[in-house]
Structure formats: C-alpha cells, structure tokens
Ligand binder design. Structure first.
Ligand SMILES: [Zn+2]
Length: 129
C-alpha cells in the first residue's frame, strides 16, 4: 500500500516536470507520459526506447519505410546513433527499452534525474527508512 502510494506520487511529480535533451540542435522533450519528437509528434515514453532501437536497426539496414518513419519523427539516422551511443544518464534512460531502464529499487518507478539514477532510488523513497 505504501509502495503504491509512493509510486503514484513520484509518477505525478514526473508528469509535471518536463525533461528535454538536444541532439544536433533538435529538441526532444518528455515527461512520465509521452515524448514530444522534434517534428511535434508524440509517442508514449514507455514505448520510445524500444521503438527507437527497432527503427534504428531497420533504417540502418536500408529499409526505406523506416527511414521515412524516422523523418516523420524529425530525426536522422545520425541523430539516432548519437542518442543510442550517449553516456549521458538521461539520454541513456530515454533511449533504453522500458524494461532496461534504471528503476527505483523500492517502488519500481523509472528514475529520471541523474542523482536518483546513481543512487538507484527516487527522492521520495530515499527519505524513507
Ligand atoms: Zn521510489
């Protein structure tokens, strides 16, 4: 019961604080719910990493339809490679498949700030013993 409450509180906090990164001057914004791509298109945050990896793989293999899909995201193959090779904690989290993202060891919420990622626990849970 307590864990669920904490999870909901942290999820709510995330939906209010939009995060953003730049790749080659193109802005990607997101919160706990959805990612806003440079083209303005939106995609669920849970799905983004998996979709990105899948599309990148097929586009790299030369499939035109996937290159067009990337274009509709407002990204190039070069942008995507930078996202997937980044060492920056937030970019790594965003580009990872949902199951591979670093989560709070107590409530399982996906962590979105570098300090929490390093600690392996969200700010709410870290203050509780
Ligand atoms: Zn937590």
């Amino acid at each position: 019961m307590t864990a669920l409450f904490i999870y909901l509180k942290e999820a709510k906090m995330l939906s209010e604080d939009a995060m953003q990164i730049k790749v080659n001057d193109k802005l990607i914004k997101w919160n706990g719910r959805h990612v806003t791509l440079p083209s303005g298109r939106k995609i669920r945050t849970d799905w983004f990493g998996g979709q990105l990896q899948y599309i990148a793989k097929e586009a790299k293999a030369g499939y035109e339809s996937f290159l067009r899909e990337l274009k509709s995201w407002g990204l190039t193959l070069q942008d995507v490679e930078q996202l997937l090779e980044s060492d920056e904690p937030l970019t790594k989290q965003l580009s990872a498949r949902s199951n591979d993202r670093v989560r709070c060891s107590r409530c399982h919420a996906v962590l979105w700030d570098p300090e929490s990622i390093r600690r392996g626990m969200g700010p709410e849970c870290a203050t509780r013993r």
